[in-house]
Write a protein that binds this ligand. Structure first.
Ligand SMILES: [Zn+2]
Length: 507
């Protein structure tokens, strides 16, 4: 593989970007963000000559100057991030400096050193500002990261302003018609979440809830649904993986599965509401550190829930906390029996997302599979847990261009955790350790031993899922197995030729 040259225009200027064969999704994003002089909260869209939106990822195809792509900044208020002025100025300076480094590669060494030291000092700034923790650079020095409640910002006003801006956009847009084409695509596992900004995802979630007729069936007022969706958005943290976009993906996959399996004709509308609301709420206020960390570090969450699924218990409690506010309570017009049914169902579905219970739940499903009956309450409850689990870990069932960036996000979150564990002297799981894991090795085992057995079981009940989720996962396994083999081979060749290639990771 050789370096790919990407030609594109931005702000009327012709630009080129060089993508190294081993560059990460984050590297690619950095290049385009720098070229567009975009703020971190901006959304960039890249179009082909035919006006088709392209995914900004390492898989981007090389092109010629004649077929230049067009990069556009979907502008939002640059002040919305609420960066301190000093940082904002510094970031601007950094972008200029980056441009100079790229443009003046032949500059004397002294100039480069000067730039490097300024970049370094900017990085140090970033590492000390919690508000920018989503960049994965923030270094915690105290124990306050262990707190359960949402405290991701050192400047709560700016976070609030940011949220309010999303709210305004969401409410302005929600009256607009989402096209039929998008509505149809929303019902499929191939939907590309990366093309949508937060306010747009809120509109799409509203479409999902209205499309299944929940508003009429459960007497939910549109403004209450909108308040609820907005509060759900506000209670996801700015962390690499378990963020609002993950919540959107899981809910969208659940919606897709409901359509593909024609579940509407098999379970009650109330159960559909349980499944979609559970998907929406299943990772609320996730702190970015898993249950094992919570328990080993004896966090407030682990203490509160006696080490029993601390995170999942918390996600569920936050969900009902949101609904305790009358203006957000989508369940307020239900009878007490209906409320009880939905609350029980949501608790079961959300607690089922604890991967420590994976084998228990899968085993139960396997045992009832031969006699599965949709009218049997127990069978149906197990199925709902399984659907929730499938939706939660379904990224690899999506097209590679959609799935692959999620893996970078997940590893980023894992590495943040293992770095903290090392600092605190806590046990480190090898699958989270940046020194031990590579992208292919992290996926082959997970797909083979977790995804395939689960997806195979659900496909037995719904054979139509074979092509939609089982096949793509098999392809992903082939892809990552090939990469893993190539990586091992490269390592061995490196060792035998003493070329000093030891430790070189393919990805
Ligand atoms: Zn999740």
């Amino acid at each position: 593989m050789t370096t790919k040259i990407i030609h594109f225009t931005v702000n009327g200027a012709q630009e080129t970007a060089e993508l190294e064969p081993d560059c990460s999704a984050a590297d690619v994003k950095d290049v385009f963000w720098a070229a567009a002089e975009a703020e971190p909260d901006h959304i960039l869209k890249l179009y082909s000559v035919d006006g088709v939106v392209l995914n900004i990822s390492p898989l981007l195809e090389a092109n010629s100057r004649d077929s230049s792509y067009r990069l556009e900044v979907v502008a939002s208020d640059p002040k919305s991030v609420g960066m301190p002025n000093e940082l904002e100025a510094m970031e601007h300076r950094l972008q200029q400096l980056e441009g100079r480094v790229l443009g003046e590669a032949g500059q004397p060494r002294g100039a480069v050193c000067d730039l490097t030291s300024q970049v370094e000092s900017f990085k140090k700034k970033l590492e000390s500002v919690k508000h920018l923790s989503w960049m994965g650079l923030f270094k915690e020095d105290g124990d306050h990261q262990l707190e359960a409640s949402r405290k991701t910002s050192s400047s709560p006003m700016s976070a609030q302003q940011e949220h309010q801006q999303v709210r305004r956009k969401f409410l302005n847009m929600s009256s607009l018609q989402v096209t039929e084409e998008v509505r149809e695509h929303l019902k499929t596992p191939t939907f590309d979440n990366w093309q949508w900004e937060e306010a747009e995802m809120l509109v799409l979630l509203q479409v999902i809830f209205t499309d299944l007729d929940f508003l009429t069936a459960f007497h939910i007022r549109l403004d209450v649904l909108q308040n609820f969706l907005f509060q759900v958005f506000c209670h996801y943290n700015n962390i690499p993986f378990h963020n609002f976009r993950h919540c959107f993906c899981v809910t969208q996959m659940m919606y897709g599965l409901i359509w593909l399996t024609d579940l509407k004709s098999k379970v009650s509308r109330m159960d559909l509401l349980v499944m979609l609301t559970s998907a929406l709420c299943h990772d609320l206020d996730h702190p970015g550190y898993n249950n094992v960390f919570q328990i080993n570090a004896q966090t407030d969450l682990a203490l509160r829930y006696n080490d029993i699924s601390p995170l999942e218990n918390h996600h569920c409690a936050v969900a009902f906390g949101i609904m305790a506010q009358p203006e957000c309570n989508i369940l307020k017009n239900l009878s007490s029996d209906q409320y009880k049914h939905i609350r029980g169902g949501m608790i079961r579905c959300i607690l089922a997302t604890d991967m420590a219970r994976h084998n228990e739940i899968l085993h139960k499903f396997k045992s009832i599979q031969p006699v599965f009956n949709f009218t049997n309450r127990e069978h149906k409850e197990v199925l709902m847990k399984i659907m929730m689990k499938v939706s939660d870990i379904s990224n690899e069932a999506r097209p590679m261009a959609v799935a692959e960036p999620w893996l970078d996000c997940l590893l980023q979150e894992f590495f943040n955790q293992s770095d903290t564990e090392k600092l605190k002297g806590l046990p480190v799981a090898s699958f989270m350790d940046r020194d031990k894991v590579s992208k292919p090795s992290s996926q082959t085992g997970f797909i083979r031993f977790v995804l395939l057995p689960l997806f195979t079981e659900i496909t037995k009940l719904f054979p139509c899922l074979e092509e939609h989720i089982l096949e793509p996962v098999r392809r992903a396994l082939d892809f990552y197995s090939d990469l893993e083999r190539a990586s091992k081979q490269e390592e061995e060749e490196g060792r035998s030729s003493s070329a000093g290639a030891a430790g070189a990771a393919l990805l």
